[in-house]
Design a protein around this ligand. Structure first.
Ligand SMILES: *[C@@H]1O[C@H](CO)[C@@H](O)[C@H](O)[C@H]1NC(C)=O
Ligand SMILES: *[C@@H]1O[C@H](CO)[C@@H](O)[C@H](O)[C@H]1NC(C)=O
Ligand SMILES: *[C@@H]1O[C@H](CO)[C@@H](O)[C@H](O)[C@H]1NC(C)=O
Ligand SMILES: *[C@@H]1O[C@H](CO)[C@@H](O)[C@H](O)[C@H]1NC(C)=O
Ligand SMILES: *[C@@H]1O[C@H](CO)[C@@H](O)[C@H](O)[C@H]1NC(C)=O
Ligand SMILES: *[C@@H]1O[C@H](CO)[C@@H](O)[C@H](O)[C@H]1NC(C)=O
Ligand SMILES: *[C@@H]1O[C@H](CO)[C@@H](O)[C@H](O)[C@H]1NC(C)=O
Length: 729
């Protein structure tokens, strides 16, 4: 245990150093976008609700939102009103008028020199012809939450100075061509949450100053071709949540000024190669949650300034090797929920500035080792920094390795030292200990490589998982588990034959046992070595995770390795487990019956409890070792997502349980062994102490679990093999 202390200290210092050294990246976290000069991040959902989330930061987007804001601060409302005429429930400040929630059913009559008109949350259902024509000074109109249905074609005529128009959260279904014709100064047009289905080519005629266009959550089915020819200033276009099915190579033609293009939650299934080729200034592109199955190789070729790309939740089948080759400025790439069967480092290498990447699974992170932040940050076993992400696991891998190795080695030693009467059985047990010891060796190696790669695992992850040591370790662990399982089954069956069929003489002799043991090792070896046979079929069977143990794969892995792993764990091992459980139950029943017939009732209960306890622990240790594995395997068959954490705990805690407990169950606690130990101590004491009363021959009867003690019982003449009743001498 003292050996562990330095490691614990080391871990703590390391963790501390990491938290101290890491700096917060300038890029906003996922789902947020930068506000102002990247000093503040705002949730993406905000980007058109017209609320000042940026505070009073006066740079970048903050300025834009500042101008949109108008006078929502009630501080300014105390100022003088310059309008002579306006409805009662409205708030007037200089030439700005707010009639929020005033129950208005139509646009009220106001002094003509009004510059800002907010009619949010009223009951204005239609806008007739030329309703605003009188108000030539109007710069901003807010018409949200009115359930506006009908907008006449000439509703906005004459608003030559209008800069900002909010029409979001209404019930608009159609916008007539040319409705925005006079809005030459319009910079912001917000049409979110209307059931608009179609927009025509002429809709945007005259919007030559439009900077920001937002049409989130409409039913738009297609975009007009060359929409930017009428809106050359268009900078930010948000078309999230529509029903756009396709984009053509002329949709965004001449959208040179566009810097942000949001197209998530549409039904786009095909993007032609030249679609984005005019977007020379594009900084952010979001195509997430669409139905894109394939991306042309050169789709992103001209997006030289792109910083953020979101392709998540698309049924993409394939990424070309050079898909992202020209995105030199890209900082964030979202590929969540995308399988990348052909993943390799070459895909991500060209994006030297990439600092954030989001994948479907942690394993992919090892293909982008130069990216600072990769999500998901762990597969439950490893993290970007460490082979073993969890501190408890890091420590316990050593503890369990130590217990397993030490326990098994000491049993091998003791068994060799103390001469057993039944050498065949002793040999089987020693062989079992050898197999179990390999598990300890495997865990030591895991611990060692964890320390070796600590803090910089991402750089070596791929190399490590594909390396020979990893494969060999996987092989070792597999060999150990399988040989151990087969040996336990063999030992159980041997015992079973002796106890349940005591008179039949079918116990294997020394030579037969030897042959069986060799067969078991050969079989174990074959099981563990077969995955090396064909790389095509099994892929890298062992190197699928940091601990190199082929326990659980997600649904996407090679059919070969999945099937094989399933066959071993749910086939061979489950069968072995069931045989063991069945045999012990039958043995227990059989012994109970014999005991009832022969033994005195008084002795009988204690004996029975002892046998039950021992058998229970053997079955129980097997169960805690294997049941989690079976459950995980069955769940994965049912396509249930299993957190990687569970895999790592199984590999480091549950699987070695058997290996660690076997020495105790099969040697250290057997009465034969205890007796031998007692005798040794006794002898020792006899030598040192002057005189000692000779212990009277005990007539008590013990159940022993060692097949070496095949003797006839005193009370009954039935040979019970492992569990005979014999007097302690
Ligand atoms: C990408 O889009 C998805 C869904 O549209 C969103 O949840 C995710 O946060 C986006 N990723 C980034 C990096 O913004
Ligand atoms: C952002 O602007 C503030 C002033 O508004 C300035 O102090 C800060 O240094 C700027 N940050 C960057 C990264 O430019
Ligand atoms: C920004 O707001 C803070 C308080 O929130 C205030 O102290 C500061 O003066 C403001 N700065 C500007 C430029 O308005
Ligand atoms: C601003 O509004 C708050 C309540 O929303 C009110 O308490 C406060 O007095 C108002 N300030 C002014 C200057 O009217
Ligand atoms: C707005 O118009 C009214 C007359 O309708 C006039 O009395 C007022 O001075 C005007 N205000 C400004 C700022 O021009
Ligand atoms: C757009 O694609 C069509 C074929 O779909 C092609 O004929 C046309 O030349 C392309 N236009 C541009 C600008 O690439
Ligand atoms: C990476 O970004 C920095 C600024 O953030 C820029 O100066 C540099 O040129 C970029 N690298 C490449 C390869 O474009």
């Amino acid at each position: 245990m003292f050996l562990l202390l330095p490691f614990i200290v080391l871990i703590d210092v390391k963790d501390f150093a990491q938290t101290q050294g890491s700096t917060i990246p300038p890029l906003c976290q996922k789902g947020y976008f930068p506000c102002g000069n990247l000093t503040k991040c705002l949730p993406q959902a905000f980007h058109c609700d017209g609320v000042d989330d940026c505070g009073n930061d006066t740079s970048g987007w903050a300025t834009i939102f500042g101008t949109v804001l108008g006078n929502v601060n009630n501080v300014t409302l105390t100022q003088e009103c310059f309008l002579n005429q306006y409805p009662q429930h409205c708030d007037c400040k200089e030439t700005e008028l707010e009639c929020v929630n005033a129950g208005l059913q139509s646009v009220p009559v106001i002094s003509t020199n009004v510059t800002l008109l907010s009619l949010k949350k009223n009951k204005i259902h239609s806008l007739p012809d030329k309703v605003f024509t009188k108000y030539k000074e109007l710069k901003k109109i807010f018409l949200q939450h009115n359930c506006l249905r009908h907008i006449s074609r000439k509703a906005f005529f004459g608003l030559y100075n209008l800069q900002i128009l909010y029409l979001n959260h209404n019930c608009i279904t159609t916008l007539r061509p040319g409705v925005f014709k006079d809005l030459h100064q319009l910079t912001w047009l917000i049409l979110d949450d209307n059931p608009i289905t179609r927009i025509s080519q002429q809709l945007f005629t005259g919007l030559n100053s439009l900077f920001f266009l937002s049409m989130v959550n409409n039913y738009l089915e297609a975009l007009p071709t060359q929409m930017c020819t009428q809106m050359p200033q268009l900078n930010w276009m948000d078309l999230e949540g529509n029903r756009i099915k396709y984009l053509t190579n002329s949709t965004f033609l001449s959208c040179d000024a566009l810097t942000v293009l949001f197209l998530p939650r549409n039904q786009i299934d095909f993007v032609p190669e030249k679609t984005f080729s005019s977007l020379k200034n594009l900084g952010e592109l979001d195509l997430s949650s669409n139905m894109i199955m394939e991306l042309p190789v050169h789709l992103f070729k001209d997006l030289k300034l792109l910083q953020k790309l979101n392709l998540s939740s698309n049924p993409l089948l394939y990424l070309h090797k050079n898909q992202f080759g020209s995105l030199k400025q890209l900082q964030s790439l979202d590929l969540e929920r995308i399988e990348i069967p052909n993943i390799n480092t070459g895909i991500f290498q060209p994006m030297r500035n990439l600092s954030h990447i989001y994948f479907k699974n942690f394993r992919y992170c090892s293909y982008a080792p130069h990216v600072r932040i990769c999500m998901p940050s762990t597969d439950g076993i490893s993290s970007f920094e460490d082979l073993l992400a969890n501190n408890i696991l890091r420590i316990f891998v050593w503890v369990i390795a130590f217990i397993t190795c030490f326990g098994n080695l000491s049993v091998i030693g003791m068994r060799s030292f103390i001469k057993a009467e039944n050498t065949t059985h002793a040999m089987s047990i020693k062989i079992l200990c050898c197999a179990d010891c390999l598990m300890g060796v495997y865990l030591f190696f895991i611990g060692f490589f964890d320390i070796k790669y600590r803090g910089q695992y991402q750089k070596y992850a791929l190399l490590w998982m594909e390396s020979l040591p990893c494969r060999l370790m996987g092989f070792l662990a597999m060999l150990s588990t399988e040989v151990s399982v087969l040996l336990l089954t063999f030992l159980t069956l041997e015992k079973f034959l002796v106890i349940v069929f005591p008179f039949s003489n079918i116990r294997p002799g020394k030579r037969q046992t030897l042959v069986i043991l060799i067969c078991i090792w050969t079989l174990g070896f074959l099981i563990a070595v077969i995955p090396f046979w064909s790389e095509d079929y099994f892929g890298n069977f062992y190197g699928k995770n940091g601990v190199c143990f082929p326990l659980y794969y997600d649904q996407t892995e090679d059919i070969g390795s999945r099937g094989y792993s399933l066959g071993i764990f749910l086939g061979v091992n489950l069968l072995a487990f069931l045989i063991i459980v069945f045999s012990y139950i039958t043995m227990f029943c059989s012994i109970q019956k014999t005991a009832l017939q022969t033994a005195e009732v008084r002795n009988h209960i204690g004996k029975e409890v002892a046998v039950a306890n021992r058998f229970f622990f053997i079955v129980f240790s097997d169960a805690i070792c294997w049941i989690p594995v079976f459950v995980v395997k069955i769940l994965s068959l049912l396509k249930v997502e299993i957190p990687g954490t569970i895999t790592s705990w199984i590999v480091i805690f549950f699987l070695p349980v058997n290996s660690a407990l076997n020495p105790i169950l099969y040697t250290l606690t057997t009465s034969f062994f205890k007796d031998k130990l007692k005798q040794l101590l006794h002898k020792h004491r006899r030598k040192s102490v002057f005189k000692i009363k000779k212990k009277s021959l005990s007539t008590s009867i013990v159940w022993t679990d060692d097949s070496s003690s095949v003797k006839l019982g005193v009370l009954n003449k039935i040979t019970l093999g492992d569990s005979i009743m014999k007097p302690v001498s």
